[in-house]
Design a protein around this ligand. Structure first.
Ligand code: 5AD
Ligand code: SF4
Length: 467
């Protein structure tokens, strides 16, 4: 029943709504430079298994860790029992997330006792959660990493520290149907809460020709979906020259059959980029634009450099340019000094923007940031932060669910991202950027066309493909 194509482009199938409301992790730009010229790789002759739970962003983080592991010389294996090192990259979004991880950790500690698995690392949102120290003790986990320090895995697998080896000019993972291409590293902003400028340094933009060459090479070797990556991709600009991110995106969109980009900063996002998303056949109609707060007072305290009305105007331009597109954001609740009135402003913005998904974070003090210093003076108590967190999450979920339901009945061209899972359904993405479960045996990188028959707050459900 399924026919596969290379994708006719989005003119065919765009109508609009949502993806996932996710607690947790989103991309930090980066890939990993080879761990040392010459000599024997530290993982040579060894095996590693990475198991990923949760959202696309976790998938991306796993991709970064996968590169570290490959650079260290490990061969990747599918099964725990074949692996020397196991990395569980976890998601905290579901209520039973920790229990699910416990199941895996139990199995792994048994395999460790039997001498099969040597080392276990727990990363991602469960690694960042307060239960992680109890899990570490109970299951004898060797390394626990949160969502902001996954680069520390490098040392764990025997590579020099990430910062030492990281350069912007890196090859992607060739041969995969989807690939991340880093276009810039570092960040020139100084958001109060954020550790990125400290660990990644100032912005460095990769030359356009280098990006385009890599995209060409990837497409030539079978890649069908390219995601341009960076902490603030829309801040990309030529060192000498007038070209901006919009020009780069247009070039890449001419080379690759399917393109997305993340993450953007509202102060850099040009209207012409938003319009380009609507115009170009090959750009997925999905915008991730972190707002962080709806309160101008908090935005100032965070040093974000824009007011909430400016953000709203950007969203209006996006919705007009890409009427069926999907919009996601990042929101921090409980930043030091946040009052109930500030929180209300955030809820109002969430209502106004009708996000299709959001990564909601409770403020967490990062040592060395201004936010951490402020937290020692005007911290928001955890019970209040938790209440605000749930309120924002529910508000986003409400709009996401509403928008998702409006998709029911439409016929969509779906790009298959992950092949058939245990329940017989593959996981795909529409041109509007919606995540879809679809009953098909089509392989990752192929397209199917199917009618949307159901919708949840995080995902759409399609029927049997019609082609
Ligand atoms: N506390 C909470 N959330 C944070 N983020 C970054 N630093 C912190 C922190 N200290 C969130 C922001 C950012 C995303 C990558 O992570 O929302 O956009
Ligand atoms: Fe961090 Fe702000 Fe830079 Fe984003 S823009 S990486 S939040 S400092």
């Amino acid at each position: 029943m399924t026919s596969t194509t290379n994708g006719a482009g989005k003119a065919n199938g765009r109508a609009g709504s949502p993806v996932a409301v996710t607690l947790g992790k989103k991309p930090s730009a980066g890939s990993f430079a080879g761990g040392g010229g010459g000599g024997v790789a530290p993982g040579a002759g060894k095996t590693a298994c990475i198991r990923t739970f949760g959202c696309q962003m976790n998938v991306h983080d796993s991709d970064r860790m996968r590169r570290m592991i490959r650079d260290a010389g490990y061969a990747e294996v599918e099964r725990y029992e074949d692996a020397d090192v196991v990395v569980l990259n976890t998601c905290y979004v579901r209520e039973n997330a920790v229990d699910r991880v416990r199941g895996h950790l139990g199995e792994l500690s048994r395999l460790k006792k039997e001498g099969r698995v040597k080392k276990v690392a727990l990363t991602g949102c469960v690694g960042a959660a307060k239960e992680s120290s109890e899990l570490r003790n109970t299951y004898g986990i060797d390394l626990v990493l949160g969502t902001h320090n996954t680069y520390e895995l490098a040392e764990f697998v025997g590579l020099p520290g990430m910062e030492e080896t990281y350069t912007p000019d890196l090859p992607g993972t060739e041969g995969d149907h989807q690939a991340f291409v880093t276009i810039m590293t570092g960040c020139n902003y100084q958001c109060s809460y954020c550790i990125v400028p400290t660990v990644r340094g100032r912005m460095s933009c990769r030359p356009m020709e280098s990006v385009v060459d890599e995209v060409r090479r990837l497409v030539g070797s079978g890649t069908r979906y390219v995601t341009l990556l960076g902490q603030t991709v829309d801040a990309w600009r030529e060192k000498e020259g007038a070209r901006r991110f919009c020009d780069l995106l247009a070039r890449v969109a001419d080379e690759a059959p399917r393109v997305w980009f993340t993450t953007s900063h509202p102060s850099n996002m040009e209207d012409r980029t938003l319009k380009l998303i609507g115009e170009k056949e090959t750009i997925v109609g999905r915008l991730h634009l972190p707002v962080q707060s709806g309160s101008d007072r908090m935005l100032r305290a965070m040093h974000r450099g824009y007011k909430s009305d400016r953000y709203r105007r950007k969203i209006e331009v996006f919705r007009e340019a890409v009427p069926d597109g999907t919009l996601s954001t990042d929101i921090i609740v409980g930043h030091p000094g946040e009052t109930e009135a500030d929180h209300e402003e955030t809820l109002r913005l969430v209502e106004d923007c009708a996000f299709d998904s959001a990564y909601v974070f409770k403020f967490s003090p990062r040592k060395g940031t201004e936010g951490a210093r402020l937290a020692s003076e005007v911290a928001v108590p955890d019970d209040i932060a938790q209440k605000r967190f749930l309120e924002v999450l529910r508000a986003v979920e409400g709009s996401a669910f509403r928008r998702n339901r409006a998709k029911i009945g439409g016929v969509e061209e779906i790009y298959v991202r992950h092949g058939r899972t245990g329940d017989g359904r593959a996981i795909g993405e529409t041109w509007s950027g919606h995540a879809v479960h679809v009953p098909t045996g089509a392989r990752p990188g192929e397209y199917v066309t199917a009618r949307i028959e159901g919708a949840g707050p995080h995902v759409l459900y399609a029927g049997e493909p019609v082609s």
